[in-house]
Ligand binder design. Structure first.
Ligand code: ATP
Ligand code: MG
Length: 353
């Protein structure tokens, strides 16, 4: 069986460090490992519209921004196909058939959707499209016969729902679709990176992010204002690491070589942590170190973005070619699905017999 990746992001804003550490960094590694036969990366504009129907301009203008974010982290369009979801009609068509394989009660139980409904204050007026987006996500994944989905931990319930749909489809209509697996980062801190405010998840919608395209000055300002340990009032007080965002970010981004380069008085992160918990190490010093780490991590990303920014026509061509390739693949799947369901009437010579 072919090894195929499908992953993507909603164009609701620029991509941030949470996306980077939770998913983008892994995607680039998987791409460069050359162990996958096909890689598809979706800019999920149709999904973004499920909770932004009244603000289509926001979604529209971020499509190009997300494409730039991809290219700037090192997604290589000659190896990975970047495409726009709404330009793939087969995904919408598959969604219609899959909706019949899911109950409303099951959708209401989806923990990610539940949390997002609360976060977005929908209360009683949940858009039906939003409620059903896990089904359209099953269509995204299966349209490409994806075996592997590198995403953040919050997407696990979506993958589970997709596998249920695949099993139900194959049970009723015969073996057609592939059950996908989630691919999570091995970096524990990156599974769900908190925001700079210490809230559970850095998220575009919560406005608590450091963006890949932020200027060096913005990054520094955000880091210096970050949530740490509210009980660590004086430098000599013992500090706590749990829930301390600055240390979570160091766990996510710090490489051993940054110590000799930026903070040679400590051998490694464990030594720094030990000093902090014992007391005698101030937050400002740790934040300054984190700032140097983040600037070093972000610099090559900024440089690549600057390059692509000068060639936006090429970026549009990449999206156009990627979308054409993605359409061919998704149409093939839709064809197999309709054949399995026996609704391929005009190909089915047996219909009149
Ligand atoms: P929105 O608020 O519009 O939903 P978002 O910031 O949650 O935006 P998405 O586009 O929904 O971003 O998520 C894209 C991908 O990035 C998903 O795989 C998701 O799991 C991952 N991701 C998003 N935020 C984080 C985070 N803070 N830590 C780890 N992974 C994340
Ligand atoms: Mg989200």
């Amino acid at each position: 069986m072919k090894k195929i990746i499908l992953t993507g992001d909603r164009p609701t804003g620029h991509l941030h460090l949470g996306h980077y550490v939770g998913s983008l960094r892994e995607r680039v590694e998987l791409q460069n490992s050359n162990t996958f036969d096909e890689i598809y990366i979706e800019i999920a504009d149709a999904q973004a519209l499920t909770d932004n129907a009244d603000n289509p301009e926001k979604v529209r203008k971020n499509v190009l921004q997300v494409a730039l974010d991809y290219l700037s982290v090192g997604i290589d369009p000659s190896r990975a196909c970047i495409f726009i979801q709404s330009a793939i009609p087969a995904i919408a068509e598959l969604t219609v058939y899959y909706l019949n394989l899911v109950t409303v009660a099951r959708l209401e139980r989806n923990p990610t959707v539940k949390a997002e409904i609360q976060q977005k204050h929908f209360e009683a007026s949940i858009p039906a499209g939003f409620m059903c987006y896990p089904v359209s996500q099953a269509a995204d994944i299966t349209a490409f016969m994806a075996t592997t989905v590198p995403v953040g931990e919050d997407q696990e319930p979506m993958l589970e729902q997709t596998r249920e749909i695949v099993r139900k489809f194959n049970d009723i209509y015969g073996e057609t679709l592939v059950e996908p697996s989630i691919y999570l980062t091995t970096n524990k801190a990156g599974l769900r990176l908190p925001g700079i405010d210490g809230k559970a998840k850095m998220s575009k919608s919560l406005g608590n992010g450091i963006y890949l395209c932020d200027t060096p000055e913005d990054v520094e300002k955000k880091i210096m204002s970050m949530y740490t340990d509210p009980t660590h009032l004086r430098r000599d007080d013992p500090g706590h690491l749990e829930g301390n965002t600055v240390f979570t970010y160091l766990d996510a981004f710090c490489r051993p070589e940054y110590f000799p380069e930026f903070l040679p008085e400590y051998a490694n992160l464990d030594e720094l942590k030990a000093h902090y918990t014992k007391g005698g190490l101030g937050d400002v010093k740790v934040k300054r170190f984190l700032n140097k780490v983040m600037q070093a991590e972000l610099e090559p990303i900024r440089a690549r973005r600057h390059e692509w920014d000068q060639h936006l026509d090429d970026v549009m061509d990449i999206l156009k070619d990627g979308t054409a390739k993605a359409n061919a693949k998704a149409n093939e799947t839709l064809h197999s699905v309709k054949k399995a369901m026996r609704i391929n009437y005009f190909e089915d010579g047996n219909l009149l017999k």
